[in-house]
Design a protein. Sequence first.
Length: 466
Amino acid sequence: MTVTLTIIDGKIKGKSYSFDSRTIVWVGRDSNCSLQFPAHPDYEQVSRLHCLLDIDPPKISVRDFNSKHGTYVDAILVGKRESGQAAPQGINADVKPVEKNLYSGNIIGIGNVHIKVTISGEQPDYTPPATPQPPKAMRIVADKAISFIKNWLEIPDRTPASQREKQAIGGYKIVREIGAGGYGQVFLAENAKGNQIAIKVMLAEVAATPAKVKMFEREIDNAKALNHPNVVRLTDNGFDPANNCLYYAMEYCAGDNLHTFIHKMGGILDLPLAKRLIFQILDGLEYTHNAEIPYVRLADGSFGKGVGLVHRDLKPGNIMIANSNLGQIAKIGDFGLAKAFDMAGLSGHTMSGDGFRGTPHFMCRKQVLEFQQAKPEVDIWAAAACLYYMLTTHYPRKFGKGEGWEVLLERDVIPIRARNPDLPAPLAVVIDRALQEGSKTSTTLHYQRVQDFKADLAIAFTEILD
């Protein structure tokens, strides 16, 4: 399936853009927009960042980014900022963004210009029903999954524990829930030998077609190929048809995640501990960015062996702090799998609205503007953001209540010593450098390789602690 966008008026009339896989498309005059309008009188009503298109062929939706002149579908307003409201005020936590699904034949109005949507394989003038309902089979599957989870997690079982048989997923006995988020729950479980492991259950919110499951399983196979002391080890995965869920098994880390650990330690970590943890995190990243993995997309569109895996959602909540005889050990978890679940189209969530998963608080501007081309440097930026959080308990950018992705595009990182004036200057310089992003129209990041960031941090910490 292919989604094609064709500009139907103005200086670049007739120009088309085609998409055959999931992506997000920023539309506007900004140089980083993948659908960019030139500086020309024909497009004077197009904002710098006008709207966002979430494309997952054959699905497509549009969300206005509080543009001055508005975004329309078939002449019906989707959204715009209020009259007299300045552009920087477009980030408004009190206004819930409006997102509209599109169909083949729809005309998107971007200010005073128009874009036609064509979706291959559909009737050109398809009109959805007034109250869209999922197919009956899908509703049955969804109802079954919801009923199963509710019965499993919410209804107390008063049968004595000694007489009660534990629930099972994929042959693993479930002991108890230990976490939730993203697309499902994480459970402490036991394998056939009675060893403790962690099971992550991911409920598909749309029909789990063989192609979508295969796409996700490729990413799991990549993650299973990783073997490093600072990366949570994946050991197994599968699809449990009885419970309509994908799952994967991984080593069980008995400690807290980094976010919880920081706050249990009283807030800002002392420099020796922060040094220990950040170097362990970077060791894990350096390994994964250079590890051999079984599936990478080759130039001809096929898959083959390749080198390097990017996490894409590194944050304190995805870093486990395990305890050992040698002290705390940081282990990176969820290596790109939440993003892979989304990209496979299994989550049922869009990437342009509130369902755009991931964590903007620890994400660089480059990753949002170049969504499909995530390279190792976005993980390095996120690691620097985690170190920033360890030493300040603040995010690098200022986020107000309810604010999300727009903040990445409109606000710059706050220098770390503005948050923690007591931080030694040599370390502050390196962290600020790692979080530099250039201008709002630039996506250049300073550190392209983990080893370069580690080298500069080593010099700074040596100067401070030795």
